[in-house]
Ligand binder design. Structure first.
Ligand code: SF4
Length: 235
């Protein structure tokens, strides 16, 4: 698994951004997250050693733009170069998440056609309103590999009508001392929708405030993922 952050910085865009970990981390370091800048790792996928071998080892999944949003407008001037690198590295699989899926068709290269085989796009949603808006758009887009990311999940959502052609649905709660609670019933209902449509499902993390069987729990950040794994409900 590799990481590639060709730029950093982002603007809050929807209610799911309320406790964005990038904004929180930058605030502690005195960095203004709203300034979007290219990073020194911009060319990471095509960097080579002195022997002419790619530094990013072949065959891995590369997580793209996890300190920004790949479709953010501030990066329009840089993105085409990224697509060229993604195309050159057809031996890697690139995955990015976005809350700005409505920008997708304005952001793809001319040779995209019905999608690059080595790209997975994760459309992020947090409530039914954003699910209905973003997933209607997402379902019509020419993308070879599609995931839905319900994180932070802040209410019960019905995804049933959007699961065609989806490879994976990920669910997770919000992490913050003031986080909105995650109700385990919502997680199980989305899981059931995935099972009914034969779509892979992953419960990735609990919420700091977690409700199960009507009881509320407060969890430490370090336990959020391990507690979700313990539920053992991935499909
Ligand atoms: S879109 Fe993602 S990275 Fe940008 S502010 Fe929202 S949560 Fe943070």
């Amino acid at each position: 698994m590799g990481m590639w952050n060709p730029w950093r910085g982002c603007h809050r865009y929807s209610t799911g951004c309320k406790y964005c970990y990038i904004h929180k981390g930058d605030y502690r370091k005195g960095i203004d997250t709203n300034i979007v800048t290219k990073t020194e790792r911009f060319y990471a996928p095509i960097e080579k050693t002195k022997n002419g071998i790619y530094k990013m080892k072949h065959g891995q999944t590369v997580y793209v733009c996890f300190s920004s949003d790949f479709l953010i407008a501030d990066a329009d001037k840089w993105r085409m170069e990224c697509w060229e690198m993604i195309r050159e590295r057809s031996d890697l699989h690139f995955l990015f998440l976005t809350k700005r899926i409505e920008r997708f068709l304005d952001c793809i290269p001319h040779n995209w056609k019905d999608g690059y085989e080595n790209v997975t796009v994760g459309c992020t949603i947090e409530n039914q309103e954003n699910a209905d808006y973003r997933l209607r758009i997402f379902s019509r887009l020419p993308i070879k590999h599609k995931n839905i990311i319900c994180q932070p999940l802040i209410e019960n959502i019905n995804l049933s009508e959007y699961l065609q052609d989806i490879e994976l649905v990920v669910v997770g709660g919000e992490s913050d001392k003031n986080a909105r609670p995650l109700n385990y019933d919502w997680v199980l209902q989305i899981r059931q929708q995935c099972v009914s449509h034969n779509v892979h499902f992953e419960f990735r993390q609990c919420g700091t405030h977690f409700i199960k069987d009507g009881k509320s729990y407060t969890l430490c950040t370090r336990d959020l993922c391990s507690q979700a794994r313990k539920a053992n409900i991935n499909f």
